[in-house]
Design a protein around this ligand. Structure first.
Ligand SMILES: Nc1ncnc2c1ncn2[C@@H]1O[C@H](COP(=O)(O)OP(=O)(O)O)[C@@H](O)[C@H]1O
Ligand SMILES: [Mg+2]
Length: 354
């Protein structure tokens, strides 16, 4: 930065020098003419004032040109984004479409799924069965590939190789929009959507966004005790808007996540990292309850990523990911009995709390 500042300083000086020279020369010339009686003192003043104005004008032109260049660049990003969105929706149009089932009977299977964003595989040969009606926890260190797995299930990306099937039907045969309509999700980097409270929660299920009863029920279910009414504008930058605390925003995001009735898959990717351990346990117990209820109706699966083992141990099935591979899986008791990675991670955390 110091080097860049020095460079910019030198360039500026170099730019100013011709102006200063020209300015001095012009004023000198006018003075000389005035002293010989060929010009008036008013002429000298005029030269001084006009030179300053010309300079300001040139600077302004440069600034406008600069701003236009920035606008063109931003517009370029926008065009890219629109192309990308269009491509993402058309690319995914299935050749042999299949309807998304109303209910899960068997569950979701990943068969030798590998995935990479760029050069290196971040998921390697992942084979998993997610049973209909079960709660599944994914654990693993940062960068293990947990979020990537969640993204594949949302079809934000397609597997590089291998397949994902839903009750035996390849996930790629569903229309992306139809599949996503049956997903609910809560994510670590949850969005603070600055609409009214009703809208901010309600857009979790667009058709019910105008239904205050449905929105209030969702807020109720996550036990959000917010100091504002449903029609309150959120976000301080808006007229009459109020800001919420981190935890309150999180509750709004969680309520949004459970707006959809009858999802087939509930995905929770560390959505509670800003909450304390008690609040997280309470939320997951709540989700487990919702899931159990949904499971009897639609065979829904709850898949959650968490670092807190007090929560993880409540899951029916636990999957340990390391470096993109499934290294262990089973129930809490069986994994503790096996004495492997899971046991080790669990013990480390248990010691920290003692
Ligand atoms: N959009 C992306 N582009 C390229 N690499 C990514 C992207 N997202 C994640 N990764 C890489 O993929 C690996 C797995 O990341 P992630 O699935 O987010 O792990 P986790 O959720 O377990 O922490 C990491 O090495 C990460 O750097
Ligand atoms: Mg992650």
């Amino acid at each position: 930065m110091a080097r860049a500042q020095l460079r910019s300083g030198l360039l500026r000086t170099a730019g100013w020098l011709p102006f200063a020279a020209g300015y001095l020369a012009a004023v000198g010339l006018a003075l000389a003419r005035a002293s010989r009686g060929e010009a008036t003192p008013g002429d000298v003043l005029l030269v001084m004032v006009l030179s300053g104005q010309v300079n300001a004008l040139v600077a302004q032109v440069l600034q406008v040109a600069n701003r236009s260049a920035t606008a063109v660049r931003v517009f370029g990003h926008l065009l890219w984004l629109e192309d990308h969105a269009r491509e993402a929706t058309t690319r995914a149009a299935p050749a042999e479409p299949a309807p998304v089932p109303d209910q899960l009977r068997h569950g979701i299977d990943l068969e030798s799924v590998s995935f990479r964003y760029g050069r290196d595989d971040v998921l390697r040969d992942v084979t998993l069965h997610l049973s209909a009606g079960s709660t599944v926890a994914i654990v693993g260190e940062n960068g293990a590939g947990k979020t990537s797995l969640v993204k594949l299930l949302c079809r934000f990306y397609e597997p590089t190789s291998g397949s994902i099937t839903v009750d035996g039907v390849d996930l790629r045969r569903f229309g992306v929009a139809e599949w996503r309509r049956r997903l609910s999700g809560g994510f670590q980097d949850f969005a603070r959507i600055e609409l009214t409270l009703r809208e901010s929660v309600g857009i979790g299920d667009i058709p019910s966004v105008d239904d205050p009863v449905a929105v209030a029920a969702a807020l109720d279910r996550v036990r959000a005790e917010l100091p504002v009414g449903l029609e309150q504008q959120l976000g301080q930058q808006w007229l009459g808007g109020v800001d919420l605390s981190e935890g309150q925003w999180q509750k709004v995001a969680m309520a949004r996540a459970i707006m959809r009735e009858g999802p087939l898959l509930l995905l929770l990717d560390e959505p509670t990292s800003g909450l304390d351990a008690h609040a997280e346990d309470a939320l997951f117990e709540l989700f487990a309850g919702l899931a159990a209820e949904a499971a009897t109706r639609t065979g829904a699966i709850v898949l959650f990523v968490s670092h807190r083992f007090s929560t993880v141990r409540m899951a029916d099935h636990i999957v340990v990911l390391a470096d993109g591979r499934v290294v262990e899986q089973g129930s809490h008791d069986s994994l503790m009995g096996a004495g492997g990675v899971y046991r080790e991670l669990f013990d480390i955390q248990a010691r920290a709390y003692r």
